[in-house]
Write a protein that binds this ligand. Structure first.
Ligand SMILES: [Zn+2]
Length: 304
């Protein structure tokens, strides 16, 4: 439980990146001569313990410190599936496993099959701008079929994409925003009514489009995570309170998922985001029942 403007409430964080040792190895391998230790030094992050179970323990203790009940842990590069699945296996009720996948990679489904077999697959995260395809492209079909068979949600990153740690490490980010419009998800979500889709960060700049898709597709959820700095791109000035008010009007309280986008230590769980979002949600007029849904219950519904 955390104290909120509505009193003590249970909280689940739908968006935490699990920066494992393996993740840092995969990232460091992208620049000649870069080691995971050096990458941590440059990025100002505490080197994670070698075993994912130890990092899971660290996150569990961190969440205990703040009173956060449950969380999604995101494997943030293909190839890091085992770190998150081991963390989930160590804390099967507390953590849910989300995995970044590139549907264009020939081994996309093969990588996730063992995770599903271990019951540690709860969502597949796709980043069409990062891997340069449209979510409506037929080539994404086999991965979406697999998500449907495995009863996994599909998190589709839309809008502006900047990966903080890549920037700090000087790694190239050859993303292509042509593929980041939530409108591309419209037909896909309609044709797969049994799959639950999540658009993070309210569409990260495509707020209007994310609302349109959420309005037309009852199987589309919006996640509230990060500082939502995309608000500075809006044609007319908009506040986080306005964002919550509009999202409540269109998607309603049962399709919004609270998240912070926390990722590394020593910062740990980003309480400032929680404070900003709960204040904005309260100002937007959400009652206690709506807050309970957004802060925890929707997460339970979506990923069990
Ligand atoms: Zn994120």
């Amino acid at each position: 439980m955390i104290s909120t403007p509505w009193g003590g409430l249970r909280v689940a964080d739908a968006h935490i990146h699990f920066f494992s040792r393996r993740f840092l190895e995969l990232l460091a391998a992208r620049r000649t001569g870069l080691t995971p230790e050096r990458a941590c030094e440059i990025a100002g992050i505490e080197p994670p313990p070698g075993e994912p179970e130890s990092l899971a323990e660290k996150w569990a203790a961190e969440l205990d410190r703040y009173g956060v009940d449950r969380a999604a842990l995101i494997a943030s590069l293909p190839g890091d599936e085992s770190s998150v699945s081991r963390a989930v296996a160590a804390h099967p009720t507390r953590f849910r496993g989300f995995y970044l996948s590139n549907p264009l990679a020939p081994d996309a489904v093969d990588r996730l099959e063992p995770v599903a077999a271990r019951k540690a697959l709860h969502a597949i995260c796709v980043f069409p701008a990062m891997h340069r395809y449209s979510i409506a492209d037929d080539r994404a079909g086999p991965l979406l079929d697999f998500a449907e068979r495995s009863n996994a949600a599909v998190f589709v990153h839309c809008g502006v994409l900047s990966v903080g740690i890549r920037g700090k490490l000087g790694l190239p980010s050859p993303f292509d925003m042509r593929f980041s419009n939530p409108i591309d998800l419209h037909g896909v979500a309609l044709s797969r009514p049994n799959v639950k889709f999540i658009i993070p960060h309210f569409g990260a700049g495509f707020f209007r489009e994310a609302l349109m898709v959420a309005d037309l597709c009852p199987n589309v959820w919006l996640d509230t995570s990060s500082s939502n700095s995309w608000m500075r791109y809006q044609a007319a000035p908009i506040t986080l309170t306005d964002v919550f008010r509009r999202a409540l009007e269109v998607a309603g309280p049962s399709r919004l998922l609270f998240g912070t986008d926390s990722s590394y230590f020593p910062r740990g769980w980003n309480q400032a985001i929680f404070d900003q979002q709960t204040a904005a949600l309260h100002q937007a007029g959400a009652d206690a029942a709506a807050a309970e849904l957004i802060l925890a219950k929707n997460f339970d519904t979506l990923v069990g």
